[in-house]
Design a protein around this ligand. Structure first.
Ligand code: HEM
Length: 380
């Protein structure tokens, strides 16, 4: 039978005696209650420490709306992560300084700049102005042309057709023109879908159809773009000869191209046609160059050139499309006998007399008007 020893200082007992000490009878009732309380206190501490803060923070009492609460931030100083600079100062450094200066768009990139700051201005210009208003220019031209056609009607040949023709354009010149016309029209349609699909197509035909159309337009635009450069060069070679400006063109300008009924003498190309030719060449060159930059963006490391490229590309294209509508009108239903030159390569003699009298005289050696002595206007 085991002898129970009183629980006093068990460590002073021999090991065999400690066995009895460990198996000593349960402590009295008071000590058990104290242990229970200690256990409960430990549990409560654990819950408070490990429970997620938001759970404990939830309360039905909320601070008033205007109350400002600040997180416990360490004192600013070199040893903490916030540092001694404000957010604005840090962003200014990343932008290379003075970023709020409006001239930053045109100024060279500041030394040490890690980011471009003109993106916001560019986005606003593109979304609020270009995308919103650019599409109206061609539409406005269409309205004006319809009104002109209804009110004044097409320009008819006063003496009708003579039945005799003069050669005007060679086959290669006509192929160059039609190559340009087809490529330009395909680019114009696909470009306008890319530009205006979201506000004009998506709300009516749905976003899915707009997505498919825009994606196809994008592929087509990228494909025909390089062909436009080829067309420009070809047109330049074939048409530049007759398109240099001449003092004679001043008469055309002063009489507004005969808009108010005066006859205006003209060589092979009148001032309006010459202006159209150089517009196609120069604005076309800007469109082509900006298009190449957008197709190969790594050609520049300054993002602002790309932003400028998108703006110039759209504005140039909208300008050319608008004027091209007027050109197409005059070349087809707006002026009797015009289209013959680009379809057959020949024009009626009466058309030549009425619209390009000096050229007629150069070609035939005969006066364009009956009251004119032979060869008078034909002098260069
Ligand atoms: C279906 C559309 C078009 C038609 C019916 C058309 C018609 C014509 C005609 C009839 C001429 C000859 C005018 C004359 O004999 O004096 C001409 C010339 C010309 N066309 Fe078109 N054209 C069209 C589209 C375009 C397009 C899209 C462009 C360029 C973007 C263009 C650029 C030119 C140029 C640069 C000339 C020569 C004018 C000059 O050298 O002064 N054409 N066109």
């Amino acid at each position: 039978m085991r002898q129970r020893l009183p629980f006093i200082f068990p460590e002073i007992l021999p090991p065999e005696a400690r066995f009895f000490c460990e198996k000593s009878p349960p402590p009295p009732v008071g000590a058990r209650t104290a242990r229970l309380f200690a256990l409960l206190a430990l549990l409560a501490t654990l819950i408070c420490t490990l429970a997620p803060a938001p759970l404990l923070a939830q309360s039905s009492v909320r601070p008033p709306g205007a109350a400002a609460s600040f997180p416990d931030a360490p004192e600013p100083g070199p040893a903490n992560t916030l540092g001694t600079r404000s957010d604005a100062e840090i962003w200014d450094m990343i932008r290379g300084g003075s970023p709020r200066d409006p001239g930053v768009i045109f100024a060279p990139t500041p030394e040490g700049a890690l980011m471009t700051t003109t993106g916001q201005q560019w986005r606003v210009l593109r979304e609020r102005y270009i995308r919103k208003y650019a599409g109206w220019a061609p539409l406005g031209v269409i309205v004006l042309l319809v009104l002109h056609h209804l009110i004044r009607g097409p320009m008819r040949l006063k003496e009708g057709r003579s039945g005799k023709t003069l050669p005007r354009f060679t086959l290669t010149a006509r192929v160059a023109h039609w190559f340009m016309a087809v490529v330009f029209i395909l680019l114009a349609i696909s470009g306008l879908i890319i530009l205006l699909g979201r506000p004009l197509i998506a709300p009516y035909l749905g976003r899915e159809i707009n997505a498919v159309l825009t994606s196809a337009a994008m592929q087509g635009h990228n494909l025909f773009g390089p062909l436009f450069i080829l067309a420009l060069l070809w047109m330049f070679v074939k048409f530049v000869a007759g398109n240099f400006f001449h003092p004679h063109d001043l008469k055309w300008i002063f009489r507004l191209g005969g808009l108010f009924g005066h006859h205006v003498s003209s060589r092979k190309f009148n001032f309006g046609e010459k202006t159209w030719f150089w517009m196609v060449m120069l604005v076309g060159a800007v469109i082509a160059a900006s298009g190449v930059l957008m197709l190969f963006p790594w050609l520049t490391d300054d993002l602002r050139f790309l932003q400028l490229a998108t703006v110039l590309h759209v504005l140039g294209a909208v300008l050319l499309i608008s004027v091209a509508l007027g050109h197409i009108y005059v070349g087809t239903i707006g002026m009797e006998g015009s289209l013959d030159s680009m379809l057959k390569g020949e024009v009626d003699e009466n058309w030549a007399k009425e619209h390009h009298d000096i050229w007629y005289e150069q070609m035939t050696g005969k006066p364009a008007r009956a009251d004119e002595p032979e060869g008078e206007e034909a002098a260069p």
